[in-house]
Design a protein around this ligand. Structure first.
Ligand SMILES: NC(=O)c1ccc[n+]([C@@H]2O[C@H](COP(=O)([O-])OP(=O)(O)OC[C@H]3O[C@@H](n4cnc5c(N)ncnc54)[C@H](OP(=O)(O)O)[C@@H]3O)[C@@H](O)[C@H]2O)c1
Length: 396
């Protein structure tokens, strides 16, 4: 159970007043140790596997004497993205090194890749940020499911926090950035004329692509999985249409000849130039077949875990192009551009032109038990979720 600041302040007196048999049930916490040490917690793993088996909550202390080039950060919010789970499973290409830096009994890595942090204190040579500022990580792989972290100036991007929530800042660097780059970097799409088609359209990336498309005058065909009931399917379609989708169809509708003919009509047979794929498998082949001659499929995820097989005629006679996109690689190679992309999306957010993804918040208070956090993480790859899991930090 979370305790308010006022209750915490009274905790020592309260503990003393309790009968001894009740005392252990009170959560004792020395947030700032006798020499100003910060008490911190992190979700760590020391081997790859199912999060429920390999993740554990580790408590450690952070020294108050910061090296000149370091900052102490307090985490405000951190999403649970599919890639975070894949990384813990050991099936993701980037694998943070296992180290003993946090004093774990065996070398471990901190899970999570994206977050919004508040700067708590800065080393003497830090100039670009001040105490109280918000920052996000410049690259993935830092390890964000923790209450506090030490970072260097080169690791972070300062975020102007006015008009934003912690969750908006915490979720800008991966999904919306991916959507933005995929719409801009692969084909020269013209607003008012061109179309794109995407699967996983209700995902974080999909929702971002819909909204950016709407802003830039691009028309979109959005594929979702059929929900359990027709009512739920209609409700999801409406949600995406309200965000700015031009058309929303289900995977099963995409299999029908009449829908394929309709798509040809909508796009004049030549203006469906870009496909975005985060699913793979046979349903993606149906998507590829709708692309106009010379069209381009950009693959950035594989939620179905199935390979994409293609008839060679699509390459020879239709001249389709196939590419992949990975925001981690792109961010590392395009640091200044990433900063601009993030700031542009955040500005749209402040102006109400870019809506939040639906989220399921998991509060992480100082007293929250490790099992509860691990359980929240475990749901991160489940389908048909009502929102993305986000760890929201209380008075940690
Ligand atoms: N390459 C990159 O740089 C990059 C960057 C960001 C994200 N990604 C990838 O993009 C994908 C989406 O990420 P996100 O964070 O936007 O997702 P998210 O918001 O967590 O949503 C997950 C999406 O995946 C769909 N899904 C789950 N299982 C599926 C299955 N078996 N078949 C078809 N669809 C399925 C869900 O649809 P339902 O609602 O129907 O379950 C939902 O649309 C992930 O694969 C992620 O790794 C890649």
């Amino acid at each position: 159970m979370p305790f308010s600041r006022a209750v915490r302040a009274q905790a020592p007196a309260l503990i003393k007043s309790l009968k001894p048999q009740y005392a252990p049930t009170v959560c004792k916490r020395w947030k700032s140790g006798p020499y100003g040490y910060t008490q911190a917690k992190a979700l760590v793993y020391s081997k790859y596997g199912d999060p429920s088996e390999v993740l554990s909550l580790h408590t450690h202390s952070i020294s108050p004497s910061l090296p000149p080039n370091q900052l102490l950060l307090r985490t405000l919010a951190s999403p649970i993205n599919p890639a975070d789970i894949n990384q813990i499973q050991g099936v993701y290409p980037s694998k943070p090194p296992f180290t003993s830096l946090l004093g774990t009994s065996v070398p471990s890595a901190v899970a999570g890749n994206e977050a919004c942090f508040e700067v708590q204190s800065i080393g003497s040579s830090i100039k670009s940020v001040a105490k109280g500022d918000w920052v996000i990580m410049r690259s993935t792989g830092f390890g964000t499911w923790r209450t506090h972290a030490l970072a260097e100036e080169k690791d972070i991007l300062r975020v102007e926090k006015g008009g934003l929530t912690e969750i908006q800042a915490a979720t800008v660097g991966v999904n919306p950035t991916t959507a933005w780059r995929m719409l801009v970097d692969f084909e020269n799409l013209e607003g008012g004329r061109d179309w794109f088609i995407q699967n996983g359209a209700n995902s974080g990336v999909g929702r971002a692509a819909i909204q950016l498309g709407r802003e830039w005058g691009l028309k979109s065909i959005n594929i979702i999985r059929d929900r359990k009931t027709p009512e739920e399917t209609e409700s999801m379609k409406k949600e995406l249409l309200d965000l700015g989708a031009t058309k929303v169809i289900t995977e099963s509708e995409l299999q029908s000849r009449s829908t394929v003919s309709e798509i040809k009509e909508w796009t004049s047979g030549k203006n469906l130039k870009l496909g975005l794929n985060c699913v793979g498998g046979p349903v993606t082949l149906a998507l590829v077949k709708t692309l106009s001659p010379g069209g381009h499929l950009v693959t950035y995820g594989a939620m179905s875990k199935q390979p994409l097989s293609l008839p060679t005629g699509l390459l020879i006679f239709k001249d389709l192009k196939f590419s992949g996109f990975w925001v981690s690689r792109w961010s590392d190679a395009n640091s200044a551009e990433k900063e601009k992309t993030v700031e542009s999306i955040l500005q749209m957010t402040r102006e109400g032109r870019f809506k939040d993804i639906p989220v399921q918040e998991m509060r992480w208070e100082w007293a929250t038990e490790g099992e509860r956090l691990v359980e929240a993480v475990g749901g991160g790859l489940e389908g048909f979720r009502s929102g993305k899991g986000v760890l929201v930090f209380g008075d940690t």
